[in-house]
Design a protein around this ligand. Sequence first.
Ligand code: SF4
Ligand code: SF4
Length: 190
Amino acid sequence: MQSLSNRSKVVVKKDLTFMERIYLPAIFGGMLITIKHFFKKKVTLNYPEVTREYAAVYRGKHVLKRDENGAERCTACGLCAVSCPAEAITMVAAERKTGEEKLYREEKYASTYEINMLRCIFCGLCEEACPKEAIFLTDVLVPTSFERGEFIYGKTELVEPLDKRVDISIRQTQAVLDFKTNKQLTHNRI
Ligand code: SF4
Ligand code: SF4
């Protein structure tokens, strides 16, 4: 069949030379390459005894933040769920009752909030979409398990403990804060 691109070449099968037929030069060449690697710096680590240093903004397990008074910041607006490309987030919204002001920062809060860690691809879009600075990804690895059900993280796993606050300041750069407080942007007017 005629080529349309004119880039085709006719390949001729050449006979092997004597040196190629005995394979020894190729074997020694291969061994030389292997031996050279003994003297090079190793690129592998003896994990888990040695762990590699993560980037400062490594995206691992999520945290649902509390405000400075300890109240949950999430207002169950659903923007994180809508922005999630993996559809990993679900929640149920509830209305704050009188006397619950110390528990929930806004009048509406998430009575149930779940992330399916098997679906999550750790893209960080939920963090970017949140207008309340309520959800952040941390540098904590999601532990492994043989049970699929254990990867559904609810508020117990996600909400920041009162006595063990999670520092996410490294993810809150001034540029991010400016973006999130710019009232010209629709999502900041919610
Ligand atoms: S990190 Fe990405 S995939 Fe994971 S829950 Fe957030 S938006 Fe969804
Ligand atoms: S976007 Fe933020 S405030 Fe809205 S539901 Fe998600 S975590 Fe809560």
